[in-house]
Structure formats: C-alpha cells, structure tokens
Design a protein around this ligand. Structure first.
Ligand SMILES: Cc1cc2nc3c(=O)[nH]c(=O)nc-3n(C[C@H](O)[C@H](O)[C@H](O)COP(=O)(O)OP(=O)(O)OC[C@H]3O[C@@H](n4cnc5c(N)ncnc54)[C@H](O)[C@@H]3O)c2cc1C
Length: 388
C-alpha cells in the first residue's frame, strides 16, 4: 500500500505556464508512494500557451488549435487532480486557510480549503487585452481571434506603440503576413530593445530597412524613437501627425493579475507584483506562495523563467511533504532570449551580448515553440511531461 497524505491539499490559482509546470513537477517529484490532492483553479476552461504563437494566431487563427489544451486530467504517478473552471478569486482567508471563488456563469461563491496555496495568475495587457484569453470557451476565443484577424487584414495602416521584444515580434509577423500595410512604430525610448546591447537595436533597424526596400513608397515602415503617442490628438509629443484610420497595437503595460489581492493582506509592490522571498513564499505568510509573472522576483518575466521557478517550488514542496529538510533557494537568472522578426529572421540576445542573428533564429523560435506545443496540446501529456 502506498503512503497516502490525504490531509495535504494544494491549491494552485492560475493554470497557466507556471501553475501547470509547478503541478506536473510536484506530481513527478512525489513519485508513486504519495497520493496528493491538487486543485487547479482557472477562470477559463482550457489551457493556452502564450508565446510568439499567440501573435501568429492573430494573423492565422487556425494556429490557435496548436496552442490550447481543452482538458488536462492525466497526471504523472496517479495523483488526484481537481480542476475548477470559470472561477475567479474573491477572497483569501489566512486564518481559516480558505479561498473563495465566484462561478462566472452562476455567480455562486464557493470556498476551497488549502494547506498550501500557490498563486500563479500571471499578468495581463489592459491596452491589448486580446493577447491573453479571458473568460469564455475555446470556441469563443477562436472567434475573437478570427474577428481580430479580419480587422488586421482590413487595416489601412497600423500603429505599433512600444519597442520591446513583443513590439519587435509583432512588427516581424505583420511584415510577413501583410507586407503592403504601412506601419508606424512609435517608441518612447531612444532604442528598440533598449535593455539589450546596442547591436540588437541596430539589427531591428536593418530589418526595417530591408523590409522597406521591398515596399512601395506609401507602404513603408516608419520608426519614430524617443517620442510618445497622444491617441486623442493623433499626434506625438514632437508633433508628428499619425494616421487617423490606423489599427493600433499597444505593446506595453503588462500588469500582474493581483487586483484586489491587497484587500486580503497579500503584500504587493507599487507595480502590483506579489512580494515573495527566494523560496517564493509570500512575505508575512507561512503557506502561501506566488510563481511566474505575478511575483516580484527580479528577472525577465518569461515562460522560460516561470519554468525554472516552478521546478524549484515543486522540488521544495515535494521535499517538505516527504519530510526531507532540503529547501532550495532560487537564484534569479539572466535568460537568453530569442526574438523573432517574422518566420525568417530573428536574433538571440543576452543582457550583455548578442549571441546570434539571422534566418536561423526566426526558424529556431518557431521550431522550439512547436516542440513545446506538441506536449501542450496533448491532454495525455500536459500534466505528465515537462513541456518547457
Ligand atoms: C506575445 C507574447 C510572447 C511571448 N513570448 C515568449 C517567449 O518567446 N519565451 C518566453 O519564455 N516567454 C514568452 N512570453 C512570456 C510568457 O508567456 C509568460 O511569461 C508566461 O506565460 C508566464 O506564465 P504565468 O504562469 O506566470 O502566467 P500565465 O501563463 O499568463 O498564466 C496565468 C493563468 O492564470 C489565470 N488567471 C488569471 N487571473 C485569475 C483569477 N483571478 N482566477 C483564476 N485564474 C486566473 C489565467 O487564465 C491564466 O491561465 C511571451 C508573452 C507574450 C504576451
């Protein structure tokens, strides 16, 4: 007979990258001798991987099929998993160790008890909400993407606001899919990819020059740096007039999904990230943790770093449950980042250097993401294999 630990209830709020990787890591690390009850709560009834493919799905909505998993139940080592869909966190009671959820459809409230609570609610883009799925079914999400793809197709002009990796990748996709739509990109910073070395900016500008060489005069890509858009007046700070009929992509303003958490004494930074220590434990609590985009660990907020966090957090909890004293302290990492510029161009960058540029990196980004998605979209493997 295996040992059972029926009294240990782990609740994970947010079934995104870090929530799923933490859960699958925990199941694997505990082995067959421990049976655990994990509840994953997510406001939407499916898993969606958010990456470059999300942008691609805005141009080619059928790509969305590759990025979603409609129902994930198969766990490694036969552990017990409960998935609550369509619920939103409305209360955390640290005395009774309960969280309260509200059903989207019925609005009924429901209380869930936990011994360990992991908050992994990610972030959202209020100025570009379609980037992240919200409530509703896969079909509704797909229709939303279909509708948006038609809007892009019909756009007489596109304005991209921002100059980070997300803005660069979007520029690349737009150039691939619609080389005839004129694009104006406005960035408040003097450089594109301004946290990367100067060479990254130079490479993006060369990409724009190459794209422009193939575009007609009235279809050119125009990059305006060190300036700010005023949407009300359709001008910039420096008085550049912008087209009034453009479709606008606001590629900035990611904010952690912690609205309301402060009311339950979850300590937040000024930007809204949950304050944690290097074991991901929320400051001032004993059994509440936060993982991924939502916490204040000082590193790039990426799926790649969410994976590393989930690995350490699941190892630590597995050790705790098995009575092993070892707890690993997390070391924030500087990750290598691949930024695609469409399917056929891109670069690999670090904070201090550029590791490579060219066709291979556009291809590589798609290839790596496809490998991830092979596991993501298979209900048999999402929770039993390491997908990232
Ligand atoms: C366009 C784009 C491209 C990217 N490309 C890359 C890349 O190439 N490489 C890379 O490493 N990273 C990339 N990232 C970043 C990566 O997607 C995130 O860092 C990663 O998804 C973070 O994981 P997470 O679990 O913290 O959040 P998420 O994956 O966003 O998961 C959060 C989950 O919480 C749920 N949720 C939120 N609020 C509630 C609530 N109140 N109640 C219940 N559930 C809730 C959401 O539905 C969601 O499922 C990209 C991001 C974007 C937007």
């Amino acid at each position: 007979m295996p040992d059972t630990v029926p009294s240990i209830r782990v609740v994970v709020v947010g079934g995104g990258v870090s929530g799923i990787l933490f859960t699958s890591g925990l199941f694997r690390r505990l082995g067959k001798n421990f049976h655990l009850h994990v509840t994953i709560i997510d406001k939407k009834p499916y898993f969606e991987y958010i990456g470059t493919g999300t942008l691609r799905a805005m141009f080619n909505p059928s790509h969305h099929d590759n990025m979603v998993n409609p129902g994930f139940t198969k766990t490694a080592n036969g552990h017990e998993l409960e998935v609550l869909h369509g619920k939103v966190l409305t209360n955390i009671d640290k005395t009774s160790n309960t969280i309260t959820l509200r059903d989207n459809a019925s609005s009924a409230e429901m209380m869930v008890e936990y011994d360990y609570l992991y908050i992994a609610t990610g972030c959202s883009y209020s100025k570009f909400p379609i980037l992240k799925p919200d409530f509703g079914s896969i079909e509704e999400r797909r229709s939303q993407l279909e509708e948006f793809s038609q809007q892009i197709k019909a756009a007489p002009h596109v304005i991209i606001i921002g100059g980070g990796s997300f803005a660069c990748e979007l520029l690349g996709e737009l150039n691939d899919y619609y080389p005839n739509i004129p694009i104006t990109l406005v960035n408040t910073r003097p450089n594109m990819l301004d946290r990367a070395p100067q060479g990254a900016h130079d490479y993006v500008m060369r990409f724009v020059d190459k794209a422009n060489a193939k575009r007609k005069e009235d279809e050119k890509i125009k990059v305006i740096l060190n300036d700010m858009v005023h949407l009300k007046t359709n001008t910039t700070n420096k008085g550049v007039e912008l087209p009034t009929n453009a479709l606008i992509f606001s590629c900035y303003g990611a904010a952690p999904n912690t609205s309301g958490f402060g009311d339950f004494n979850i300590p937040l930074t000024a930007e809204g990230h949950i304050k944690v220590d290097l074991y991901f434990k929320v400051e001032g609590t004993n059994n509440i943790y936060a993982l991924g985009d939502v916490n204040n660990i000082a590193e790039e907020k990426m799926a790649a770093t969410a994976r590393l966090q989930a690995k350490v957090a699941s190892t630590n909890l597995a050790n705790l449950i098995q009575g092993k004293p070892k707890q690993i302290e997390y070391e924030p990492k500087e990750m290598v980042q691949v930024v695609s510029l469409g399917k056929k161009d891109g670069m690999m960058i670090k904070t201090s250097s550029i590791a490579g540029t060219g066709r291979m990196f556009g291809w590589m980004k798609g290839k790596v993401e496809n490998l991830v998605l092979n596991t993501v979209r298979n209900p048999e493997s999402l929770l039993s294999k390491q997908f990232y």
